[in-house]
Design a protein around this ligand. Structure first.
Ligand SMILES: [Zn+2]
Ligand SMILES: [Zn+2]
Ligand SMILES: [Zn+2]
Ligand SMILES: [Zn+2]
Length: 289
């Protein structure tokens, strides 16, 4: 935009580099936790954090995340929920995805009404179908009888053969990110099918696709993170505080507005920019006529 902005962005970039490589990503895990937990989930709800905010490093209110940073944050959040709730990492991941990757929301909902949360996301405490110690079971999809080792079940106990599971899961993965909320094939059953089942039952290609959806979900379903909108850029941005400055400078050197995702436009407000863009596009349409 104008030269004053450019100057400012250049300074920000330098600062960002320092902070990025020396800070959050590597050696200060505790800082990351306190940073994250205190501001993050409630940020958009309360505006009285100004005192704390002043004590933070200058006005940097965002962090650029590389893929390895995203993975690390996701892992940390999953491990944290698993530890606090004493559940498996797979269950923690299912819960976090349901609550848009907000650790606080998971904790609040769980401790308010664990049974209801379990029901909503499909984390059963015990199977709904018990199998006597038989050596063979009948698959609920193809109705063939198989030795016990060729049958798998989700937490509910509904039995399906390995190849029916594989078909069921890989169809869902091909259909898109909805596979992250996959349930048992039994239409009356809500039991969640988590990443452990995925990794056990499908091809490497499908496993990778699923893992990719899971990573993308961490950015796209999370209110505090967005992908950098620059074409070809694979960095994400984690945005902390709403002090009225929405300008974000990505490591790819693109500057954009966190709020409206257009090119950085301070001090013009987002609404004005939207009107301006609309007017421009209408004008160029007219020119094409
Ligand atoms: Zn089958
Ligand atoms: Zn089931
Ligand atoms: Zn970028
Ligand atoms: Zn904007």
């Amino acid at each position: 935009m104008d030269s004053e902005d450019d100057m400012h962005d250049a300074n920000d970039m330098e600062y960002l580099d320092d902070d990025f490589y020396s800070g959050e990503t590597e050696d200060v895990p505790m800082d990351y936790y306190s940073d994250y937990d205190d501001d993050a989930d409630d940020y958009f709800d309360n505006g009285d954090d100004s005192g704390r905010f002043e004590s933070r490093r200058t006005e940097q209110n965002f962090t650029i995340l590389k893929e390895s940073d995203i993975q690390q944050r996701q892992e940390d959040d999953i491990n944290r929920v698993a530890a606090v709730l004493s559940i498996s990492r797979v269950s923690a991941s299912i819960l976090l995805r349901h609550y848009n990757w907000s650790v606080t929301k998971v904790h609040d909902a769980w401790f308010a009404d664990e049974d209801r949360v379990r029901k909503t996301v499909g984390l059963l405490e015990k199977p709904v179908v018990q199998h006597a110690k038989t050596t063979e079971l009948t698959c609920g999809i193809c109705f063939e009888t198989y030795p016990r080792v060729r049958i798998e079940t989700a937490s509910c106990g509904h039995p399906y053969c390995i190849s029916c599971w594989e078909g069921y899961i890989s169809t869902s993965i091909k259909d898109g990110p909805g596979c992250l909320t996959l349930r048992c094939p039994d239409p009356t059953c809500a039991a969640a099918v988590g990443q452990d089942m995925i990794n056990l039952l499908v091809s490497d290609e499908d496993k990778e696709k699923y893992a990719c959806y899971l990573l993308r979900s961490y950015i796209e379903d999370n209110k505090k993170t967005k992908w950098c909108p620059a074409p070809g850029c694979e960095y994400a941005v984690s945005f902390g505080a709403g002090n009225g400055n929405y300008d974000v400078s990505c490591l790819c050197s693109y500057s954009f507005c966190w709020n409206c995702i257009e090119e950085a436009h301070r001090p013009v407000d987002c609404g004005t920019v939207a009107k301006w863009i609309l007017k421009n596009s209408t004008e160029s349409e007219n020119m094409n006529c």
